[in-house]
Design a protein around this ligand. Structure first.
Ligand code: XIL
Length: 298
């Protein structure tokens, strides 16, 4: 097939992009989006600060724009992200203990209920593990409410939207390392105790290299009985950008339970990694070499 989405669909997978509501009026942007992609993720619009700017007052206007853009194009919509230490509204940042725990669980319930039946997969919890060699949790206000905050979030999301796939999502977990093994141990524990988790997202914000055990890492999670997804792919532009994109794509294709790939933006000029040109389309919307290498690997 001649587009990313149609090529991924030939093996039952999706190929998605993170998109921004404020860019949907840009015809170059939406032209590429509707032509190439069959999944979307809101880059910011479904985060806590965007959806509950003051406690108990929910605003879904921009999240709904992303949702409707995706649904009207026949695309899957990945929800991102119900709970995260970053991009919290200031009122949540000032809470702690049981007040924060109940506010967080209420947030999960309300947002997942609003989007019930529409979301393919939710990033229920984002980036809860620490970098470095310890393999433990990241310190955060949410973590300080008790180590069970992650499973409480997954249970609340499952109750609110039983048909959405529920994912744990993180970065620097793209190879076998202490951090990814910490996540692996949590997922294994959740599966053994019946905590509802369906998928693990690997952000894959990559520099000029890719871990040699990238595919093996995806496979070890899949072997636990969860789907795996590449959720925020972007790759620094260096001599090997195209080959790294190709390696990521081939790894997903080689893992039966790797259900799809999402790139974190459309054109280089849309990327959060300013000046790194990490995406598949240049500032004018032209296909880069990395685009062709992905298409050929699907
Ligand atoms: C980024 C967005 O791309 C930026 O627009 C925003 O200013 C900060 O967040 N990991 C994630 C994403 O899970 O939500 C982040 O998105 C990038 C890193």
């Amino acid at each position: 097939a001649s587009t990313l989405g149609a090529s991924a669909a030939q093996s039952g997978r999706y190929f998605g992009a993170a998109i921004a509501a404020g860019k949907l009026g840009d015809s170059t942007y939406t032209g590429i989006l509707t032509r190439e992609f069959n999944a979307v993720t809101p880059e910011n619009e479904m985060k806590w600060d965007a959806t509950e700017p003051s406690q108990g007052r929910f605003t879904y206007t921009n999240g709904d724009r992303i949702l409707n853009q995706g649904l009207s194009n026949g695309s899957k919509v990945r929800g991102h992200a119900l709970l995260w230490h970053a991009q919290q509204p200031s009122w949540a940042q000032s809470l702690s203990g049981s007040a924060l725990r109940s506010a967080a669980i209420n947030h999960v319930t309300q947002v997942a209920t609003h989007y019930k039946g529409k979301i393919y997969a939710w990033d229920v919890v984002n980036e809860a593990f620490a970098d470095g060699g310890g393999g433990g949790r990241r310190d955060s206000n949410l973590q300080r409410t008790g180590n069970d905050w992650i499973e409480a979030a997954f249970r609340a999301a499952h109750t609110a939207d039983p048909n959405a796939k529920l994912c744990y999502n993180d970065y620097n977990t793209d190879g076998v390392n202490a951090k990814s093994t910490g996540v692996y141990t949590m997922v294994r524990d959740f599966k053994s105790r019946g905590v509802p988790i369906d998928c693990v997202g690997f952000q894959s914000h990559l520099g000029t290299g890719i871990p040699g055990d990238y595919q093996a890492n995806l496979q070890r999670f899949a072997d636990l009985g969860v789907d795996v997804q590449i959720t925020e792919l972007d790759v620094a532009q260096g001599g090997n950008q195209a080959s790294i994109y190709s390696s990521v794509t081939r790894a997903c294709m080689a893992v039966t339970r790797c259900t799809g790939i999402t790139v974190w933006g459309i054109r280089d000029s849309d990327s959060w990694r300013t000046g790194e040109n990490p995406l598949l389309f240049d500032n004018s919307g032209n296909k880069k070499a990395a685009y062709t290498s992905v298409l050929n690997a699907l």
